[in-house]
Every structure is written in C-alpha cells, then in structure tokens.
Design a protein around this ligand. Structure first.
Ligand SMILES: Nc1nc(=O)c2c([nH]1)NC[C@@H]1CN(c3ccc(C(=O)N[C@@H](CCC(=O)O)C(=O)O)cc3)C=[N+]21
Length: 300
C-alpha cells in the first residue's frame, strides 16, 4: 500500500482564501479591517523567517500586520508595557508573541498578560481552560490545522483510536483535547511511554509531535492509519553536498508512506496550516470582538 499524501500547502491556500473572503466582507459591510500584531524579541534567524512569512501572508489576505521587533535584552517590564498597549489598541484583534523568548523573560507571565480574546495562539491559561472544558476558546494554531486536515480527510473522527506522541502545551495537550472533542479515544504518549511501538500500532490516527527527527518508523504504523507529522527538524544532508541540510519530520516518511493510508509531508504539511490557522484565528477574534457571526469552517 502507498499512502495518500495530505497536501498541507494546498489546504492552507484554501483556508487563506476563506479568510480573505471574510476579511473582504468585514471591510465592505462593517468597515473593519482585522489586525494581527506579532512581537519578536531577539534576533534568532529562524524566528525572523517565520515572522516575515506571517507578516507577508497577513497582508495578502487583506489584514493589517503590525510587527514589533524588540532587542534581545528587552526588559520584562518593557515587553509587558507593549502587550498592554496592544491589548488596548482597537485596531489589534490578534497578538502573537513569538516563542521561545530569551531566557531572562518569564514566558508564562508574558503569555498570560495577553488579553485572552486577542490570544490567537491559544496559549493563555484562560483559553487552555476553555478548550479543556469544551467551551468556546482560541485554539492553538498547529493542533487546529491538524484537526482541519483530519476532518477533511475522514469526515467524522468519532470512535477512532488516536495516539498523540508528545505532551507539550503548544501541540500535544491541545491536540489531545481537540481529538477528544471529536469523540476519538485518545492516548497521549511521550518519551517515557513503555512500549511506544505497541501503543502507536493501535492507532487509526497518529499525531507525531516530539521534535525528534524520523523517530517513528513505518513498522510502528497500523496499515491504513492516518499519520500527521508535526515535527520540523533540520538535519545534515551530505547527499545534497557539503554542509547542506534538509527538513524532516518526526516520522520516517519513506517507510511510513508504505504502510499508512494517508500522511502529511514535511515540509508542506502541518507547517503551512499553522500559519493559515493563525490568520483564521485572527478573523475569528475580530468577529467575536465586534459581536459578529463567526466564520464557519475556520474554528474548532
Ligand atoms: N507564539 C508562537 N506561535 C507559533 O506558531 C510559533 C512560535 N511562537 N514560534 C516558532 C514556531 C514555528 N512555527 C512554524 C510555522 C510554520 C512553519 C512552516 O510553514 N514551515 C514550512 C517550511 C518552512 C521552511 O522551509 O523552513 C513547512 O513545514 O512546509 C514552520 C514553523 C510557528 N511557531
């Protein structure tokens, strides 16, 4: 068997089109332009690339992009003061503070200073609690993107066995909550799980989010299962030439694609969906802020 490839890049383009449609309507019918503020502290080159790509896509769908680049040595007080200004700025509907932050800044404190209604990452404790209790929340972008792809592929997920490998606050835990919300039987596995291979072999849906290159081999995958690979790992690629690198997921794609029913590639899978869902969350936040009907198909 050879797996169907779930094209996250193409799917993300359709999500962005929907977002652009909603943005156009908000402008025409209500004179509102959704705005996303992205805060980057420090000069990490990878983070700069992501922030640039977010800003570009934000503008492409017709929204306002506000970029705030702060020096690596910015004090916590100064960062909190900026967040306070953005919280109170009516032109800003979404706020994203790029993680990780430099070590001298307390991430939990900073994230929880964001107005939960503008927390388009869904990392604020209030949104985490809302998601965990099945109430209307801002949902973290990466798990939301994974859920959209799974729903698109399967229709209903009800009754399926899902294994999430990884227990991070950003991906693993919220992913498990979303799958539970769609009536999957959910297992959260991680680096200390006993007999991980056997646990993964039970799953109709495998979401790999551990951050270890190619750690899930094809012979762990149940034939026909759907594999969502969240990992983005840069590894050496001597075959491409001296000093060259390439991106791989947490799943060994070649062997897994021999067994799985469907699989997301890296790159071009979950990554592009993450940014598309950030734009979707910004439109959702904007509609909620103005008491308008929420965009359909863009929320959990
Ligand atoms: N507060 C916060 N929210 C985030 O959502 C957040 C963050 N901090 N910090 C950094 C990570 C990373 N992240 C990615 C988004 C898209 C791709 C993406 O589109 N990747 C492309 C490949 C890009 C390449 O070629 O390097 C792909 O998978 O096809 C990757 C990584 C969001 N992050």
């Amino acid at each position: 068997m050879t797996a169907q490839i779930i094209d996250g890049k193409a799917f993300a383009a359709t999500v962005r089109e929907k977002v652009a449609g909603h943005v156009a309507r908000l402008k025409e019918e209500h004179g509102i332009t959704p705005g996303l503020a992205v805060v980057l502290v420090g000069e990490d080159p990878a983070s700069q690339v992501y922030v640039r790509s977010k800003g570009k896509q934000t503008v492409e769908v017709g929204m306002n992009s506000f970029e705030h680049k702060l020096a690596a040595e910015t004090s916590e007080a100064d960062l909190l003061a900026l967040i306070d200004r953005l919280n109170n700025d009516p032109d800003v509907h979404g706020i994203l503070v790029q993680l990780p932050l430099p070590k001298h800044l307390n991430e939990d404190l900073v994230i929880n200073a964001i107005d939960p209604a503008k927390d388009v990452d869904g990392f604020h404790i209030s949104n985490v609690g809302l998601l965990g209790t099945g109430q209307k929340a801002m949902v973290p972008c990466t798990p939301l993107g994974c859920l959209m792809m799974l729903r698109d592929h399967h229709g209903s997920l009800s009754g399926m066995d899902a294994v999430v490998i990884g227990r991070s606050n950003i991906v693993g835990k919220p992913m498990a909550q979303l799958l539970l919300g769609d009536s999957c039987t959910v297992t959260i596995a991680h680096s200390r799980t006993k007999d991980l291979a056997e646990v993964v072999r039970r799953a109709d849906i495998v979401v790999a989010a551990v951050g270890r290159p190619q750690m899930v081999p094809g012979d762990w995958i149940k034939p026909g299962a759907t594999v969502i690979d969240v990992g983005i790992n840069r590894i050496d690629a001597p075959e491409k030439g001296d000093g060259k690198t390439r991106l791989v997921g947490d799943v060994d794609f070649d062997s897994a694609a021999e067994v799985a029913g469907a699989i997301t590639p890296v790159p071009g899978g979950v990554g592009p969906m993450t940014i598309a869902c950030l734009l979707a969350n910004t439109v959702t936040a904007c509609c909620r802020a103005h008491g308008l009907a929420e965009p359909e198909g863009l929320t959990a």
